[in-house]
Design a protein around this ligand. Structure first.
Ligand code: HEM
Ligand code: HEM
Length: 203
């Protein structure tokens, strides 16, 4: 097997392991919101949490795919990485919408009261409201006749905002990420994001 294809397979394997490991968090670090759920409600809340985590991991990988790291370009080529970036953007767009539908479904679609104690949930709502136009404008940039540099500036400016909203939501909406391994792993991911964005921002 040629060296590059071995490295490519290793890269895809690492991505698979990270995604799988993250999806086990709701099982091994169960949050109290699960204690009172039974039957279909329990299944919906659990699946809703898993879709939230899948969306989170895919969002983190979006920044890695667009990071222009030399080693990734050598192994995958820049063209392939942006194809993955585009496809991954569409997949996480769908999982980001399934997440709140399942979470609200577990409570029979009773929406949260407009009270300050639900601020982490409303950060999730705001995150989704930013993510939707962000993805649609990227997919339809040409169709909408949007100037590439204008779109790129919009894209580069909103991407870190989306990641910051994500960390605030995930760290505060669920007890699973309040402490222990989930907290350390999400914080480590946060530091990697800061490094990748700083690297792109610095001359
Ligand atoms: C891109 C958008 C979103 C992402 C990436 C996201 C991500 C997450 C993550 C990682 C969790 C923790 C899962 C766990 O507890 O194991 C979570 C939980 C939660 N999210 Fe989101 N979320 C998003 C949008 C939303 C929206 C729009 C809502 C509200 C309608 C929402 C409501 C919740 C709730 C209520 C929980 C806590 C579930 C529980 O423990 O009871 N999220 N979200
Ligand atoms: C869904 C979440 C997404 C996130 C978080 C994200 C994030 C990013 C980031 C951080 C960059 C690098 C910006 C820089 O140069 O510093 C980037 C570049 C790019 N993204 Fe996205 N992106 C997302 C979705 C998409 C989608 C859906 C598409 C296409 C349909 C797309 C197309 C591109 C392209 C073409 C570039 C390269 C721009 C250039 O350097 O000329 N992105 N993205």
């Amino acid at each position: 097997m040629k060296n590059n294809s071995f490295l490519r397979l290793t890269g895809i394997f690492v991505f698979g392991v990270v995604l799988y490991a993250a999806c086990t968090i709701p099982f091994y670090f169960e949050s109290p919101s699960m204690y009172y759920k039974t039957g279909m409600d329990r299944l919906m809340l659990r699946s809703g949490k898993i879709f939230g985590i899948i969306t989170t991991v895919l969002l983190l990988f979006q920044v890695v795919l667009a990071s222009r790291l030399q080693v990734l370009n050598q192994v995958f080529t820049a063209k392939k990485l942006f194809q993955y970036h585009r496809t991954n953007g569409l997949i996480l767009f769908v999982s980001a919408m399934i997440h709140p539908i399942l979470i609200l479904g577990a409570d029979h679609f009773v929406f949260f009261p407009f009270e300050s104690r639900y601020w982490p949930e409303f950060i999730g709502v705001f995150l989704l409201m930013v993510l939707l136009p962000f993805v649609l404008l990227s997919v339809w940039q040409k169709k909408l006749g949007l100037n590439y540099n204008t779109w790129k500036l919009f894209h580069k400016t909103l991407a870190p905002v989306i990641l910051i909203l994500l960390f605030i939501h995930a760290m505060n909406v669920s007890r699973s990420f309040e402490s222990g391994w989930p907290f350390y792993l999400l914080s480590a991911a946060g530091l990697i994001m800061v490094f990748l964005f700083a690297r792109r921002a610095l001359p």
